[in-house]
Design a protein around this ligand. Structure first.
Ligand code: HEC
Length: 101
């Protein structure tokens, strides 16, 4: 019984340490897998498909304002075939934010 409580406590600490902040590295991976079909998501990428704005352009437009970025990702985006969760949206915004610097 004690051992079980210990496991639960450790799992809680582990989960909490992941929940604290947006994860730009995870956002980058999401962008590569979910957004790169239409957007240029990283400076080295050759070509977009749907003439969507490159993420670098989006980064410059919204600067480091994560809230505006989050709204833009959630905003009218009829062709996007992927609905990020709140956490994923934060991670994507964190990643896009790194491109504007
Ligand atoms: C199927 C193509 C497609 C996919 C996939 C896609 N986008 Fe877009 N996105 C567009 C197009 C086209 C526009 C510009 C016109 C519009 O807003 O519909 C756009 C616009 C945006 C804008 C707004 C830019 C501005 O200037 O306000 C953001 C932010 C954005 N996309 C983020 C993302 C993110 C993050 C993903 C991946 C989770 C993604 N998009 C996936 C096609 C796509």
């Amino acid at each position: 019984m004690k051992r079980q409580l210990m496991v639960i406590a450790l799992a809680t600490i582990w989960a909490a340490s992941f929940a604290h902040a947006a994860d730009a590295e995870y956002g980058r991976r999401l962008a590569q897998s979910q957004c790169a079909a239409c957007h240029i998501v990283a400076p080295g990428q050759r070509q977009d498909v749907a003439q969507a704005p490159p993420f670098e352009t989006i980064a410059r437009k919204y600067g480091a304002n994560a809230e505006l970025l989050v709204n833009a990702i959630r905003g009218p985006h009829p062709k996007m075939n992927f609905s990020p969760t709140d956490g994923e949206t934060g991670d994507l915004a964190a990643y896009i934010g790194t491109l504007g610097r």
